[in-house]
Design a protein around this ligand. Structure first.
Ligand SMILES: [Zn+2]
Length: 194
């Protein structure tokens, strides 16, 4: 093989996970496209580097490089608020479709359920999302959305909420016609009658 003696001049691939130099939180790699898209002003002659996304709540660092040559980027350097690092509204949970934690809570307060995850799933299926250039993590927001919905259900004591919250319209549509009110403890059978 021609490359048996080739020297890989220090180009060992960067680790998939690296500790944030400020808080020590283990951070995952993020595509440079995500960093370039969301950092407000990139420095001239920026040293190419593998970047990592620190999602620790109390840490101001958002992106840090594998080497020390390239710059760190903090919350204020980004075009968007980083939801996992914010504790005050507006807290974004879905960047592609502009959904905030407040939006989730409002829908649950008003309707007793949450349709956001289903709506986002439909958009993802249709190829309408752009997480790699909109979400600071560069990843799909669905996991974050699902967790935020669960937290919202727990934090809101709405009278319409049942012990088994529905996350969409599906279960309602599947109920047999004429069954509108469930007795406590009663279970709905979704088997077809015909
Ligand atoms: Zn950090």
């Amino acid at each position: 093989m021609a490359d048996c003696c080739a020297v890989k001049a220090g180009l060992a691939s960067p680790p998939s996970v690296l500790a944030c130099p400020v808080c020590g939180h283990k951070a995952r790699q993020v595509q440079s496209l995500t960093v370039k898209s969301l950092v407000r002003h990139l420095p001239f002659q920026m040293t190419p580097a593998q970047y990592y996304f620190c999602e620790a709540t109390g840490c101001d660092v958002v992106y840090f490089p594998s080497g020390s040559e390239a710059p760190l980027f903090h919350r204020a350097d980004l075009l968007v608020r980083v939801g996992v690092k914010e504790d005050r509204d507006p807290i974004p949970v879905c960047y592609c479709f502009g959904v905030t934690r407040r939006d989730l809570q409002d829908e649950i307060r008003q309707t007793g359920k949450s349709s956001v995850a289903e709506r986002i799933k439909a958009e993802v299926k249709a190829g309408s999302c752009a997480c790699e250039v909109k979400n600071p993590s560069g990843k799909c927001c669905l996991g974050t959305v699902t967790r935020a919905v669960q937290q919202a259900f727990q934090s809101i004591a709405a009278p319409t909420i049942t012990k088994e919250p529905t996350y969409g319209q599906e279960s309602r549509r599947l109920q047999p016609a004429g069954v509108n009110v469930l007795q406590q403890g009663e279970r709905v059978s979704f088997t077809k009658e015909r």
